[in-house]
Design a protein around this ligand. Structure first.
Ligand SMILES: [Fe+2]
Length: 245
């Protein structure tokens, strides 16, 4: 095609903003992406003490959840439901009443799921972690499509791929800090989180069905420590509506 003014520079796959943070790869499809440093400012420093680069991948699973992806984010990110939806799996470690709102920013929100005093530490984790951070899990959402729970020895993350208004494909992964856990403990944690995810999925799929009812109504949010993260997420969604009308 020598006579057609063909320019190889104009013939290539589209390029997208792509960065690695905390062991994850973040891709932004927007032609005008916001800076991840700006979006996650306040989160990066908080996570640094966990030394996320020292967590090693131990498990991954792909699932289809028949619910709206935004409902999944809201559910994962509020401490209000922990004792009610997870009475046998999580209530003993992270009861709702000990949930506390964490920092938030332009591209994330977070909360702390604190452990009762009588619960012993579960694994050691990074030596950089202060004592208080050893006795809690830190849950954060990096908008729009990732929710994560990090503890001194365990990191669980859900990557959300919305397929329709009532279906989201979920890739969830588990990583452990260094050699903090033996194989049997890792197996127990995988089983625990498989069950926790099943409990959430079951409730979300029932809610998805109920939301179709003409009698489904809205309601107020609980206080900041319980659902302040949901408020953050809804405000972020509203900002996107204004940015991309
Ligand atoms: Fe849950």
């Amino acid at each position: 095609m020598e006579n057609t003014n063909f320019d190889p520079k104009n013939c290539r796959l589209p390029g997208f903003a792509c960065v690695e943070r905390f062991g994850f790869i973040y891709v932004n499809l927007s032609p005008d992406p916001i800076s991840i440093e700006k979006g996650l400012s306040g989160l990066t420093k908080k996570l640094a003490r966990y030394e996320p680069e020292r967590y090693r991948f131990v498990h991954g699973a792909n699932e289809v959840w028949h619910c709206n992806w935004k409902a999944l984010v809201e559910n994962f990110m509020e401490g209000y439901h922990l004792s009610v939806v997870h009475p046998r799996t999580l209530h003993g470690y992270t009861p709702s009443k000990l949930s506390r709102k964490g920092p938030s920013g332009a591209g994330f929100t977070s909360y702390f799921a604190k452990y009762p005093d009588e619960i012993p530490h579960r694994g050691h984790g990074s030596a950089k972690l202060p004592k208080t951070q050893r006795h809690q899990s830190f849950l954060f959402a990096t908008y729009p499509c990732q929710v994560t729970s990090i503890a001194p020895s365990l990191l669980v993350s859900l990557c959300l791929m919305p397929r329709s208004a009532n279906r989201v494909d979920v890739r969830w992964t588990m990583s452990v800090f260094g050699d903090d856990m033996d194989e049997e403990t890792i197996r127990e944690r995988i089983d625990l989180w498989t069950e926790v995810n099943r409990e959430d999925r079951e409730k979300l799929e029932l809610m998805q069905s109920a939301m179709k009812s003409q009698y489904a109504t809205g309601g107020p949010l609980a206080g900041p420590d319980y659902e302040g993260t949901v408020k953050d997420f809804l405000n972020w969604l509203a900002r996107q509506d204004r940015r991309y009308p």
